[in-house]
Design a protein around this ligand. Structure first.
Ligand SMILES: *Cc1c(COP(=O)(O)O)cnc(C)c1O
Length: 439
């Protein structure tokens, strides 16, 4: 989001008491930014194909009912990978016909429920296909059914997030000996199988490589349809995986760039014969959220200034455990929520958790922070504050959507209330306090 919009929101959050001694962490979501981003996604694909496209938001990127509902209002569906995510999508009012189930470990009960509801299911492997086959004989369903494949186009910069590596755990590995033939056979043997699915991206993957994976899937769809002598595959689910730029306020690469790349590398996929499903997550939300935290203390160690804040591993788990792969930009504000000025001093920004590695940023040049100041961890709208990590029983912070009113005043709406201490105790077995003690 533009920095002036962010600055106004920070100032308003402090003024309106969202960040206090009692609530020293708060997360903000830019509602207008999310809406604009969703519109950008719709327009990007509408510009390259006339075919029907279902944009299913990957719920794991921001498992928050009001966010899923906002995206539903913007014309998106939901991609879910667990009973919990499905429940969130349903609570957000996403129609089953606009929901896609993708977990690699679906249980028979989950499959039965999905087929009953008419949710699209992408099978991950031949064993799951056999389970679905058995259910199909006893279930009438409107669920579109697909098979996930791994085009094995290669690894991006972050191996743990590269879904198209040769040994990825996801989908049928297409380049393994005999695999392609077995996939074609599986489609011929299961005439109800009408979709191919791949999700060959994620952070660290270059656009060209992601598009190459999709082209591979398109070519496989053509091969299967030729072998079947009919257009058995009518829809290709191209997954999500567009990376996020964590280095500036710019949103790059854009959905439009990606759609054009697909048009160049797989024109046949977009010529109208195939419906499309997309499953973007991080690229829809990351740039439209940030975490605010108060600085509690400042100190120096080994000559390095350190600001001890209330935001650490509980809201920025990936960054704290793997800072080289997930560096976050930090913005500094004073205690009133105004951008902090002054000469830049190299300092560490630490979190509140009790382990030495709980650092949001190291050796960062910023105006020297003081107790009571506020820091913002930027681009954290996906997979960060929405995906809380309960270390040290640190509470889930409140999440607030912000909207600029006509008068220029910023209005906040609670997306998720801050977790209370009573809730932490209850979730930690509070009702069974004496379960293990002698009677
Ligand atoms: C995680 C995931 C997504 C979303 O990935 P992003 O990188 O957040 O866009 C989409 N599809 C599947 C199957 C996933 O596992």
């Amino acid at each position: 989001m533009p920095s002036d919009r962010r600055d106004r929101a920070v100032r308003a959050a402090v003024e309106q008491g969202l960040l206090t001694e009692g609530q020293p962490v708060a997360a903000l979501l830019d509602v207008a930014g999310i809406r604009a981003c969703a519109a950008g996604l719709r327009n990007a694909f509408a510009a390259v194909t006339d075919a029907p496209v279902l944009h299913a938001f990957a719920v794991k990127a921001a498992p928050l009912v009001p966010v899923v509902a906002l995206l539903r209002e913007e014309g998106l569906g939901a991609e879910v990978a667990s009973a919990g995510e499905l429940a969130l999508a349903r609570a957000a009012g996403v129609h089953p016909g606009r929901t896609v189930l993708d977990s690699p470990a679906k249980t028979p009960a989950e499959l039965r429920e999905a087929l009953r509801l008419g949710i699209a299911v992408n099978a991950d492997n031949p064993q799951e296909l056999a389970r679905i086959d058995a259910l199909m004989s006893s279930t009438a369903t409107s669920s579109p059914l697909g098979l996930r494949v791994n085009p094995q186009v290669g690894v991006g910069a972050i191996e743990a997030l590269s879904t198209a590596s040769p040994t990825s755990k996801f989908g049928v590995a297409l380049r393994d000996a005999g695999a392609r033939e077995r996939v074609v056979r599986a489609f011929l043997d299961h005439p109800w199988l009408t979709r191919l699915h791949a999700h060959s991206g994620s952070q660290g993957m270059p656009l060209g490589l992601i598009a190459e994976g999709i082209r591979t899937v398109y070519e496989l769809a053509e091969e299967i349809n030729a072998a079947a002598g009919r257009q058995q595959i009518d829809t290709v689910d191209i997954g999500g995986g567009l990376p996020v730029n964590f280095t500036s306020d710019e949103q790059t690469p854009t959905f439009a760039e990606y759609a054009h790349r697909l048009k160049e590398q797989a024109p046949g996929l977009l010529d109208g014969r195939y419906g499309l499903v997309t499953e973007f997550g991080r690229s829809l939300l990351a740039k439209h959220g940030f975490v605010l935290a108060r600085v509690e203390y400042t100190k120096t160690a080994g000559g390095r200034p350190i600001a001890v804040t209330h935001a650490g591993v509980q809201v920025a788990t990936r960054t704290v455990y793997d800072p080289a792969s997930w560096p976050l930009r930090i913005a500094a504000y004073d205690s009133e929520g105004r951008p902090k000025s002054g000469p830049e001093v190299v300092q560490d920004i630490a979190g509140p958790a009790c382990f030495a590695g709980d650092l949001l940023a190291t050796a960062r040049p910023l105006p020297l922070l003081e107790p009571g100041d506020v820091i913002a961890a930027l681009d954290t709208g996906a997979y960060y504050f929405s995906n809380h990590y309960g270390y040290n029983s640190l509470p889930r912070p409140g999440i607030h959507g912000f909207i600029a009113g006509r008068s220029g005043a910023t209005r906040f709406a609670t997306v998720r209330a801050p977790q209370s201490l009573a809730e932490i105790v209850a979730e930690s077995g509070g009702a069974q306090a004496n379960a293990l003690t002698a009677p």
